[in-house]
Design a protein around this ligand. Structure first.
Ligand code: GTP
Length: 596
C-alpha cells in the first residue's frame, strides 16, 4: 500500500468522553464491521472491559477509507485507555502514531486526563485534531469547551469538529480531517527491518502474539528475525492486521501497524518497547519506552494453597501482557505462598485480580495495598519496604520516608471548598489554586501517596459530585511519622492484615479498622476477638459473639425457599474465604482498610 496514503492515529480523551463510541462509528463508517456484527464498544475486547465500560488495553485496527479526493486510504486506529492508572498504555500507543483525535465531552469540558493525554501527544510530536463530542446533549456547550481547549491546552480549536459519537454526527468530517491533517508515516522500506513492540500477549494457538509498528524495512512470513534485547532469533510464522478480526497479510512495510507470531513460547522473551530486526542485520535499537515503576503493592494469594503453581503461571502470562505490573514470590504466615505484586494504582490492582480470576479460573485473596517506604536504620543502612509484614523492629528505625505525589485537580469553582478540606485532611501541602477560565479551577497539592491510595479518588468524586478530575505524578520521598499497626485475631497477629499508618491517625484508624473487621468477618462457632496493636500496645478491640444455633433455626416455620436462599448466601460468602487457624476470613477483611 503506498506509504503516502497511510495514516496512523489514536483517539485520546478523558474517561467517558466517548472515545470507544467514536471508534465504533469509525469502524462502521468504513465498513470494517457490518451492522449485524456491530455491538457496542467493539474494540473493548476483554470481557472485563465491556462490563466495566472502560478500555484497559490498547487495540490496533486497520480500516480502509475512500476519501472525497477519490483515493483509498489505509487508516490504522490505535485505541487507548483513559484512566490515570493506564497512562503508560497511552504513551506507548501514541509512539506508533503520527496524529491523534482529541475527544472532549462538550457538556463537561477539559479534564485532568484530557490535559495529561495532550501532553503525551505533544511529546510524541503528534498532529492533534480536536473533536467536541456529545453535542446532542441539551447541556452541551461547544463554544465554552472550544475556548477551554484554546485557553487551557493552548491548541488551535477554531476548526474543532462538532460530533455526536452516539448519533453518528461528524463521523465523515472526522475521517476527512484524519486524511487531510495527519501526515503519512516516514521510514525507508528498503532499509533493514526495525519494528517497535508496543504490545504483546499470549495466544493458546499462536504462542506469543506481538503487536508492532514497523519503522523501517519490512516483515514477512518465513523471515528470520531477532529481538534486540535478548539477541534470540525466530522464524516468522504469521503476519497480520486486525480489521478488526485478525487477518493474515503477506507483509508489513515501514509505516504500518500489525502483529506477527514466530513460535515464541517463553513468556518472558518479548518485552514491550523492544526492537525487532532481521536475524543478520546490525541496527541500532529504536528509542524504547521509559520504564514504568509500580506505585502500589499488595499480596496476591490463592484461596486454595494447591493453586499456587497455577497462580504462578497465570501471573507470568499476565505480566507479559501488562508490563506495568510487577511480581515476586511472597510467603505469609497467615496466607501461605503467594506473590507480592506492584501496580500503577488501585483500579489497576482490581483489574489484575479480576483478570487473574476470570481468565485463569483462580480464586484469590488480595491483601491491603501499600506504597513503598524507605527506612533509615540505625547503623546507616537504608532499606525499601513495600510489605508491612517486613517492617523492621521500631528500635532499629532512625527515620521513615514516604512517597509524595504532585496532584493536579481540575474542578468547577463551586467545589473548591470541599476539595481543599479533603486535601488538608489527607496531609496535603497546598501549592497553587488557579482559575483557568472563569468557571474552572486548577488546584495543585503535594500529597503523601499512601493517603491517595486509600480512598482519595472516591472521596474527590463524592465531594465534587463527580465533576472534579485528578492527575498525578510521583515527586519524591519525604520523612513521615509512620508506624506499623498489627491486627490480632484471637490474640494471634495476622501478618497479612498489618498496615502502615500515620501516628497521629493511628488510634482513629485502629478503631475504624477493627469495627469494620467485626462487620465483615462472619460469626463462627466460638468467640472471635479482634485487636489492633502498635507494638505491644492495644489501641482498639472488638468481639464477635459465637453463633449459638444453626443458622437455619432462624427460619422457623420451614419456609423452603427461604432456607434455600440462606444456604445459597452462605455458599456465596464461602467463595473467597481463607481459614486463618480456625477463623474463616473473607476477602473483604483484607481490604477493610480501604473502606474507612
Ligand atoms: P473509556 O474507554 O473508559 O476511556 O471511556 P470512553 O472515553 O471510551 O467512553 P465511551 O465511548 O465508553 O462513552 C462513555 C459514555 O458516553 C457511554 O455511556 C456512551 O454511550 C456515552 N456517549 C458517547 N458518545 C456520546 C455522544 O455523542 N452523545 C451522548 N449523549 N452520549 C455519548
Amino acid at each position: 500500500f503506498p506509504q503516502e496514503r497511510i495514516r496512523n492515529f489514536s483517539i485520546i480523551a478523558h474517561v467517558d468522553h466517548g472515545k470507544s463510541t467514536l471508534a465504533d462509528r469509525l469502524l462502521e463508517a468504513t465498513g470494517a464491521v457490518s451492522e449485524r456484527e456491530m455491538r457496542e464498544q467493539f474494540l473493548d475486547k476483554l470481557d472485563l472491559e465491556r462490563e466495566r465500560g472502560i478500555t484497559i488495553k490498547a487495540q490496533a485496527v486497520r480500516l480502509y477509507y475512500r476519501a472525497k479526493d477519490g483515493e483509498l486510504y489505509q487508516l490504522n486506529l490505535i485505541d487507548t485507555p483513559g484512566h490515570v492508572d493506564f497512562s503508560y498504555e497511552v504513551s506507548r500507543a501514541l509512539s506508533a502514531c503520527e496524529g491523534a483525535l482529541l475527544v472532549v465531552d462538550a457538556s463537561q469540558g477539559v479534564e485532568a486526563q484530557t490535559l495529561a493525554n495532550v501532553y503525551l501527544a505533544l511529546e510524541n510530536d503528534l498532529e492533534i485534531i480536536p473533536v467536541l463530542n456529545k453535542i446532542d446533549l441539551p447541556q452541551a456547550d461547544p463554544e465554552r469547551v472550544r475556548r477551554e481547549i484554546e485557553e487551557i491546552l493552548g491548541l488551535e480549536a477554531s476548526e474543532a469538529i462538532l460530533a455526536s459519537a452516539k448519533l453518528g454526527i461528524g463521523t465523515e468530517e472526522i475521517l476527512e480531517a484524519i486524511v487531510k491533517k495527519i501526515p503519512p508515516p516516514r521510514g525507508e522500506r528498503q532499509a533493514p527491518l526495525r519494528a517497535l513492540i508496543f504490545d504483546s500477549w499470549y495466544d493458546p494457538y499462536l504462542g506469543v502474539v506481538v503487536l508492532i509498528r514497523v519503522v523501517e524495512g519490512k516483515i514477512h512470513v518465513g523471515q528470520r528475525i531477532r529481538l534486540l534485547s535478548t539477541g534470540k532469533t525466530y522464524e516468522v510464522t504469521k503476519v497480520g492486521v486486525f480489521t478488526p478480526h485478525p487477518t493474515s497479510v503477506d507483509v508489513l512495510y515501514a509505516g504500518e501497524v500489525g502483529f506477527f507470531a514466530a513460535g515464541i513460547k517463553e513468556v518472558r522473551e518479548t518485552r514491550i518497547g523492544d526492537t525487532v530486526t532481521e536475524a543478520e542485520a546490525r541496527v541500532e535499537p529504536l528509542p524504547g519506552f521509559r520504564e514504568i515503576k509500580p506505585m502500589v503493592f499488595a499480596g496476591i494469594f490463592p484461596v486454595i494453597s494447591d493453586d499456587y503453581e497455577d497462580l504462578r503461571e497465570a501471573i507470568e502470562k499476565l505480566w507479559l501482557n501488562d508490563p506495568a505490573f510487577s511480581y515476586e514470590p511472597e510467603t505469609s504466615a497467615a496466607l501461605g505462598f503467594g506473590f507480592r505484586c506492584g501496580f500503577q494504582g488501585l483500579l489497576h490492582m482490581e483489574i489484575v485480580q479480576e483478570r487473574l480470576e476470570r481468565e485463569f479460573g483462580l480464586n484469590l485473596i488480595t491483601t491491603a495495598p501499600s506504597v513503598r517506604y524507605r527506612i533509615e536504620l540505625t547503623g546507616g543502612r537504608e532499606i525499601e519496604i513495600e510489605n508491612p509484614a517486613e517492617w523492621p523492629d521500631p528500635g532499629k528505625i532512625l527515620r521513615v520516608k514516604e512517597p509524595y505525589i504532585r496532584a493536579e485537580i481540575y474542578t468547577p469553582k463551586e467545589y473548591i471548598g470541599p476539595i481543599l478540606t479533603l486535601c488538608e485532611e489527607k496531609r496535603g501541602i497546598q501549592k497553587e489554586i488557579r482559575y483557568l477560565t472563569p468557571e474552572r479551577v486548577l488546584i495543585v497539592y503535594e500529597l503523601p501517596f499512601a493517603e491517595v491510595v486509600l480512598d482519595f479518588f472516591d472521596r474527590l468524586k463524592s465531594v465534587s459530585r463527580g465533576y472534579a478530575s485528578l492527575d498525578y505524578q510521583f515527586l519524591d520521598y519525604r520523612p513521615g511519622d509512620l508506624v506499623k499497626m498489627d491486627i490480632l485475631i484471637n490474640k494471634q497477629p495476622v501478618d497479612a492484615l498489618s498496615v502502615i499508618v500515620h501516628r497521629e491517625k493511628a488510634y482513629y484508624r485502629g478503631r475504624e479498622l477493627v469495627s469494620r473487621l467485626k462487620e465483615v468477618i462472619p460469626r463462627q462457632l466460638f468467640e472471635v476477638v479482634i485487636q489492633a496493636a502498635i507494638g505491644s500496645k492495644i489501641v482498639a478491640r472488638e468481639r464477635i459473639p459465637p453463633l449459638r444455633k444453626d443458622v437455619l433455626a432462624k427460619c422457623y416455620g420451614g419456609d423452603v425457599t427461604r432456607k434455600k436462599k440462606l444456604l445459597e448466601k452462605q455458599k456465596e460468602g464461602k467463595k473467597r474465604m481463607k481459614a486463618l487457624g480456625q477463623v474463616e476470613i473473607p476477602q473483604e477483611a483484607f481490604l477493610a482498610v480501604l473502606k474507612i
